[in-house]
Design a protein around this ligand. Structure first.
Ligand SMILES: Nc1ncnc2c1ncn2[C@@H]1O[C@H](COP(=O)(O)OP(=O)(O)OP(=O)(O)O)[C@@H](O)[C@H]1O
Ligand SMILES: [Mg+2]
Length: 608
């Protein structure tokens, strides 16, 4: 800030020195019998001062730029941190996403705090310097009186001249405020308009254009570049509207420049009257008009800053709104008891859930008791609510109705970060970081080589990791490390399983953890289930009905409701949904069925 102020003062001083020099030079030149030698001292002095100021300005500018960059970077870092630390329900809240887009737009377009502070510092310093220097010179100007007796001289000595001058100065100053306000309104429209485009643009650039997986889809499904075309169209629309709004904003703001040039002409006439009346020299006329211009410029800058501050502040508001976005609905403060016996009992009590903005219920009146140490399989058709129930258990979403209790206390009352520590999850849409294998498995915990080996072995990926150039220290993908490697989908899923085991949480939740695994790998995982689950409470979601045999209890969901709850035997006997799902899959594996299918396939092959 101090650097900015110094820079503003130095820049203004440069203007004053130039005007003063011009005045002095003209005064010298208009003297009779002036010689070149007489001009040297003034010119050398001027050059010396202007050079000194220029060097100082150069140095200050360098630092001011760095400060501006730091301020911008600081704001950017704050938004990034916010994105990482908000709770998941907030993170996916469309309102929060809008706010994020608005904050980003405000940082990147208006320049945020840095620009605003610079503008304020510039205008305040400008005004201070102008008041000091120009004020003093104005006093001198009016102190200079004409000794002539003409009407012009009388007018030049009268207060009317001062009033006229103040009136002329006031015109651009007064005009600056409404013009800046109007221009600010266009600027605000410009920001508002860009928020939605920036969000869409961000999706295209970060997700569609850069993502490897989508890259494959585009090349196979969009050979004629419809997406590129669509994006281009959107860009053109945006640029057209942006240009329109910016032109309007600049046009309105620049109107004052036209007013200013007329005003400068008028000032020459008025100050010229003093000169004509013999009160001041011609050089002084030039210098005084220059000083007055500086005053006008300082005042209009001030008015301009005030006028546009509404738009600038609106942008900052959006940034502040985003940074202060409440972390709700996670309001709990209660610590989670650390228990060595893992006696963490969870009870789902008449829970219903509807996704924000959705009409249909994804879960309806679900009541479920998890016995400590029990292995529970959650099965049901697509969209029956299995993943949703996992999200509610792990507080990635909050029940719309009903409660979930941990050891008798509503889970919302616990500190969310502590609460989430008792879960290790392999998500259905598991993701790995572009970090090393070890970093993916240990994430933020201590890296213990023996434990790492066991985790990777249990997940069936240890041998593969040994073949990588730097074993567990090898980075995945080349996104961050150019020496990183790409692994297969199944290998990635195995690393996700290793990550869940490594966390050693009392609850382990596996949502379709073997979907990408080949039958042998899947079989091996099942064989190691006892070691993988240890004595933890486990929830296991799978469409592979044969895998539920590893569970002591099976809960069947359908259309968001629990329709069956029992053991494999009891549910098979009940001949309900579980039985039908199991039979539907099992029949693919009966030898008769296979024979029949082969017959069909062979027949089809023979025809084609
Ligand atoms: N983010 C979301 N917003 C709105 N509705 C959603 C969202 N995620 C899921 N749903 C809906 O909620 C219901 C339950 O979805 P859920 O993902 O829990 O099903 P699932 O049982 O895990 O299915 P699958 O076997 O396909 O994984 C579905 O009708 C789904 O369309
Ligand atoms: Mg699911």
């Amino acid at each position: 800030m101090a650097v900015q102020a110094a820079l503003a003062i130095v820049t203004l001083l440069q203007g004053y020195v130039a005007v003063t020099f011009l005045g002095l030079l003209v005064s010298q030149l208009t003297r009779p019998n002036v010689t070149v030698n007489q001009l040297w001292p003034i010119t050398a002095g001027f050059l010396g001062i202007i050079f000194g100021l220029a060097v100082l300005g150069y140095w200050l500018n360098m630092h001011a730029q760095a400060n501006g960059w730091s301020a911008w970077f600081g704001m950017q870092a704050m938004t990034n941190k916010k994105m990482l630390t908000v709770t998941y329900p907030t993170f996916i809240d469309p309102k929060f996403r809008d706010n994020y887009a608005a904050a980003n737009t405000s940082i990147n377009y208006s320049g945020g705090f840095a620009t605003f502070i610079t503008e304020i510092v510039n205008s305040v310093c400008g005004l201070l310097v102008a008041v000091l220097l120009s004020g003093a010179s104005l006093v001198a100007l009016f102190g200079a009186r004409s000794t002539q007796t003409t009407t012009l001289a009388q007018f030049a000595n009268s207060p009317w001249l001062l009033i006229l001058m103040l009136f002329i100065i006031a015109i651009p100053v007064v005009a600056a405020f409404p013009l800046a306000k109007l221009s600010g309104r266009f600027t605000q429209k410009f920001y508002q308009y860009n928020i939605q485009f920036n969000r869409i643009g961000e999706y295209y650039i970060q997700k569609v254009f850069e993502d490897y997986s989508i890259g494959k889809v585009i090349r196979i499904f969009d050979p004629h570049d419809h997406l590129v075309h669509h994006f281009g169209e959107m860009n053109r629309t945006q640029i057209k509207q942006d240009n329109k709004l910016l032109t309007q904003a600049t046009a309105v703001r620049s109107l004052n420049n036209i007013v200013l040039s007329v005003i400068v002409g008028a000032l020459y006439v008025v100050v010229g009257i003093k000169g004509l009346a013999g009160a001041i020299s011609i050089g002084a006329v030039i210098a005084y008009v220059g000083y007055l211009q500086q005053v006008i410029s300082a005042l209009t800058t001030m008015m301009d800053t005030v006028g546009t501050s509404a738009a600038t502040l609106k942008g900052l508001d959006q940034f502040i709104d985003f940074i202060e976005y409440p972390d709700a609905p996670a309001t709990g403060k209660l610590p989670v008891e650390k228990r060595l016996d893992n006696e963490y009992a969870i009870k789902v009590d008449d829970v219903s859930f509807r996704y924000p903005g959705a009409k249909a219920w994804s879960l309806r009146h679900v009541t479920l008791d998890f016995k400590v140490g029990q292995r529970l399989a959650l099965v049901g058709p697509n969209g029956s609510g299995k993943t949703t129930l996992i999200k509610l258990l792990t507080r990635l979403a909050e029940p719309t109705e009903g409660h979930i209790l941990l050891n008798g206390i509503d889970i919302q009352k616990y500190d969310i970060h502590e609460y989430q520590q008792i879960f290790a999850v392999v998500f259905q849409d598991y993701r790995l970081f572009a970090f090393s294998v070890a970093d993916n498995v240990a994430v933020n915990t201590h890296k213990d080589p023996a434990r790492m080996k066991r985790a990777l072995t249990l997940a069936g990926v240890w041998d593969k990791v040994q073949t990588l150039p730097k074993q567990a220290d090898t980075s995945l993908t080349k996104n961050i490390d150019p020496d990183g490697v790409d692994i297969s989908g199944g290998e990635a899923q195995k690393i996700a399983i290793a990550r869940a085991w490594y966390k050693d949480a009392p609850f382990i939740i596996l949502d379709e953890p073997t979907a990408a695994l080949d039958p042998v790998s899947e079989y091996e995982i099942y064989q190691r289930f006892d070691d993988l689950m240890e004595n933890k409470t486990a929830i296991y979601v799978s469409h592979r009905m044969s895998s539920t045999r590893f569970s002591q209890r099976i809960v069947v969901l359908d259309h968001g409701e629990i329709v069956e709850d029992g053991t494999h035997e009891s549910l098979m006997q009940a001949k309900g949904l579980y039985y039908r799902l199991f039979e539907a899959q099992a029949q693919y594996y009966t030898s008769d069925k296979i024979k029949e299918e082969r017959k069909n396939a062979d027949a089809t092959y023979a025809i084609s």
